[in-house]
Design a binder for this molecule. Structure first.
Ligand code: PLP
Length: 454
């Protein structure tokens, strides 16, 4: 008999571990900005699930769209186009920066980037793809080869033709050139090195508009114009991976519209499905036409499925109806004020950065040396969770300890106030715990726990 044991003790007993640590309790319910575990504990979700629940968990419009799909169609033959797919493509064509006009709908961000890279290869005839340091584009073949945030070790060679540019991180300049203001030398040096290695078969440059898993790095003004020029100069397409930045996270429909830079191909995922697996590739008529003529195929089991696209339409309508773009900008400012206020009181907060409702907080032992404070980061994250606040931290020796704060766009001032109170308390307590250990001569071990943050 299939087990339905409600009292399963070890949530991991029959599960393959897939990275990082799992929350110790089973989680039973999610609603709005909160989740509840099996003990009834209510946790404020400042990660929007895995960065997907931007309209809040289980928004009634999403629930309604799912129910309606269950009454009409959930899944179809991949060669059949449901009405919701047409509606979603039309809605995206309306809001996407021109001339992006045609969409393909798949399920995950990894797939959308695979499709984008395949298209760029067909259009250019090349195969080389350049990504930014600290970036994350997914776990599958080509896209993991151009993801540099983590998880590269132990799997053998990746896709041939993958290259990295040093990322424009003004707080921790990867080429040790700038401090606090990136002057884009990293871009020049990166392309010089790439040119020296290139076989000439160039295909694409792929970039996140805000390098999220790499530490919430906001590139300096003009960076993406310059990146696009460098790409086009070499006959490469520019791909923006807007998995995290599209649909309001930064306070705009797309980062591209805000930056005034229109990529050749844009991918969207996490924030389009409101928690349902949905991803898209958006490109120009000309690129779509060339790809089609050259035999482009991305025929997956769930391409153009009705249920996820119906949810995508509901997400876009909800963002519009509830004016979540404006709300993201307003709440983002309120959150930034709260975090900057904490920075005034905690020397260990070295940097607060980000846009809209995507904010990064970097923890250091010393504001001058900027030595990362991994121990404080890990302990504070755990304490926050005990106190009812879920936050995502990224701890990498070379990239520092950075929290990524990204609540749903529906977050209220009261939720942000509560988060700041918990955060303040957790930081204060963990600082004094570490100081106490030092005074008593106990060397505090680096906590083992890791929190993946793609
Ligand atoms: C910027 C970015 N691109 C792509 C992906 C991959 O998306 P998925 O996990 O849905 O395959 C992620 C996910 O973490 C991401 O953050």
């Amino acid at each position: 008999m299939i087990s339905r044991n409600e009292a399963t003790v070890n949530p991991r007993e029959h599960l393959i571990r897939y990275g990082g640590d799992v929350y110790p309790e089973i989680v039973e319910k999610a609603q709005g900005c909160y989740v509840w575990d099996a003990t009834g504990k209510k946790i404020l979700d400042f990660t929007s699930g895995q960065m997907c629940a931007t309209v809040g968990h289980n928004h009634p419009n999403i629930v309604a769209a799912i129910k309606k799909s269950c009454e009409t169609a959930v899944h179809l033959f991949s060669g059949m186009i449901p009405r919701s797919v047409v509606q979603l493509a039309e809605a995206l064509a309306k809001i996407a920066p021109k001339p992006l006009n045609k969409s393909l709908f798949v399920n995950t961000g990894s797939e959308s980037n695979e499709a984008a890279i395949k298209m760029a290869k067909l259009v250019t005839g090349g195969f080389e793809v350049v990504g930014l340091g600290g970036s994350w584009h997914g776990v599958t073949g080509s896209v993991s080869a151009v993801s540099f945030a983590s998880d590269r070790k132990g799997y053998g060679p990746g896709m041939p033709g993958a290259f990295v540019l040093p990322e424009p991180n003004a707080y921790r300049c990867p080429i040790k050139h700038c401090k606090d203001r990136c002057d884009r030398t990293c871009l020049k040096v990166g392309f010089d090195l790439y040119d020296a290695q290139s076989t000439g078969a160039r295909a694409a440059v792929i970039a996140e508009p805000v390098i999220s898993a790499g530490g919430v790095i906001v590139p300096p003004e003009g960076y993406f114009d310059a990146l696009q020029q460098e790409a086009h100069k070499r006959g490469m397409l520019l791909i923006f991976d807007e998995a995290q930045t599209a649909f309001g996270r930064l306070g705009h429909w797309f980062a591209a519209s805000h930056l005034g830079v229109t990529p050749d191909i844009m991918t969207v995922s996490k924030t389009l499905g409101g928690g349902i697996p949905l991803a898209g590739v958006i490109t120009t008529d000309a690129i779509e036409e060339t790809c089609h003529r050259r035999g482009f195929s991305f025929y997956t089991s769930h391409v153009s499925d009705p249920l996820p696209s119906a949810v995508g339409v509901a997400v876009l309508e909800t963002i519009e109806r509830e004016q979540l773009l404006v709300r993201s900008r307003e709440m983002g400012e309120y959150l930034a004020d709260g975090l900057n206020d904490l920075k005034l009181r905690h020397e260990e907060i070295g940097d607060v950065r980000g846009m809209g409702l995507l904010r990064g907080i970097e923890l250091v032992k010393d504001r001058e040396t900027r030595e990362p404070h991994h121990e404080l980061g890990a302990l504070t994250t755990e304490r926050c969770l005990e106190l009812g606040l879920s936050m995502n931290i990224r701890r990498r020796p070379e990239r520092g300890s950075v929290w990524r704060i990204a609540p749903p766009l529906t977050v209220a001032r009261g939720d942000i106030d509560l988060a700041m109170t918990i955060f303040d308390q957790a930081l204060t307590e963990m600082k004094s715990r570490i100081a106490g250990r030092r005074q008593s001569g106990t060397i505090a071990p680096e906590p083992e726990k890791t929190y993946p943050s793609q």
